[in-house]
Design a protein around this ligand. Structure first.
Ligand code: ZN
Length: 375
């Protein structure tokens, strides 16, 4: 089936201009300047590449670390937030549960309709016992390279977050990167020098900049300082709670549009009323703005990607085009997805149409309309 969408469009060069996007068999066949009045869909706000969330623990009452099959339930609803592809994240779990959880996610991915399940982000269990965040420290493990290579199946595992200062971490980073897995530094007490050694070994991303890493210090900049001053991109939770808006501004100034990916780090409570939920086997208490363990520590977020886009503009003053690219083009590039994150001929027809208030009006995945805001 061939059809066209027309309206103000974010182009890969970062400009926003009227265009007509011709979609054929799920792929963008052609992008022509101007609005073709014969287009089946005419947008008044903006047409952007679909959002790609590299860190989602769950949403809408579902927790991937509890039941991997629920990636299908969440995939069905994430298009409400403009997300067209995501990397479901499993946090540190009892070792014996991983095989089953990965099997469930593989099943869920096959069953999923809506947003595309890009594989798994394994956040842990090779994290610093001093920076567990909301992960259960009892389930952390020392690194065993042979074990990791057997465990992290690259046909399913897309991202592994580990602490680069742990013994044997550099060998693990090299082994995982050689399999095509994106290795991310996070939940770490790495010094600046240790972080740079990890980057040299093949770390390709940083997990939620500032959170669960040593605070940025002027004498010991730590992992945060290494991420801010290197070319290694990193994720950022722009909810205004996980880091102060001024620190978001600092990150944007240091990293620019190419170096930051907006992530939600959403938990089961995202899209749900305030209350009590489960994250990785532990109870979390959710209010209007935060998700916390009983002791008050932050435990993921209830942020949505469309809200993150609106927030980053408010916090940094960046352009709309830049904000949209932080949610689409940059994560696609970091994940090595050549056919996503750009509105160009040959790319997947994964699109989000935002209204003038930057609310999600329509979401398209592979040329299929998977969400439309009720009039
Ligand atoms: Zn985390």
């Amino acid at each position: 089936m061939t059809f066209a969408l027309a309206g103000p469009t974010l182009h890969p060069d970062g400009t926003i201009a009227d265009a007509t996007i011709v979609v054929e068999a799920g792929t963008i066949a052609e992008v022509t300047p101007g609005r073709d009045r014969r287009a089946a869909f005419v947008a008044t706000g903006i047409i952007a590449p679909g959002f790609i969330d590299m860190q989602v623990n769950g949403a809408y009452g579902f927790d991937f670390t509890t039941d991997g099959r629920t990636v299908a339930d969440v995939a069905a609803r994430l298009p409400e937030t403009g997300v067209t592809a995501f990397v479901p994240t499993v946090i540190t779990s009892p070792w014996e549960t991983y095989a089953g959880r990965l099997r469930e996610i593989r099943e869920g991915r096959q069953a999923a309709a809506g947003a595309e399940v890009l594989g798994v982000h394994l956040e842990g269990p090779y994290l610093s016992p001093r920076r567990p965040g909301a992960h259960n420290p009892a389930h952390l493990r020392p690194i065993d390279v042979a074990e990791i290579v057997r465990w992290a199946d690259p046909s399913l595992v897309r991202i592994v977050t580990l602490a680069p200062e742990l013994p044997a971490a550099l060998d693990a980073i090299r082994a995982l990167a050689a399999q095509g897995i994106l290795v991310s530094a996070g939940h770490s007490e790495a010094s600046f020098a240790q972080a740079l050694s990890g980057f040299a070994a093949g770390i390709g991303w940083g997990t939620h900049l500032y959170n669960t890493m040593t605070a940025l210090g002027h004498r010991e900049p730590g992992l945060a300082g290494a991420l801010l001053t290197s070319s290694v991109p990193c994720g950022l939770i722009a909810d205004g709670v996980h880091c102060h808006p001024a620190m978001v501004r600092l990150a944007y100034r240091a990293k620019g549009g190419e170096g930051l990916t907006l992530v939600t780090d959403a938990v089961a409570a995202m899209g749900m009323p305030a209350g009590r939920y489960i994250l990785g086997g532990r109870g979390v208490i959710v209010d209007a703005a935060t998700s916390r363990l009983a002791d008050g520590r932050l435990a993921g977020s209830t942020l949505t990607m469309d809200q993150a886009v609106r927030n980053i503009i408010e916090f940094t003053g960046c352009s709309l085009a830049q904000a949209l690219m932080l949610a689409s083009t940059t994560p696609a590039r970091v994940l090595g997805l050549a056919c996503k994150g750009r509105i160009a001929a040959g790319c997947d027809a994964d699109l989000v149409v935002l209204d003038d208030a930057l609310r999600v009006a329509q979401t398209w995945v592979g040329g299929k309309l998977v969400f439309e805001e009720a009039e």
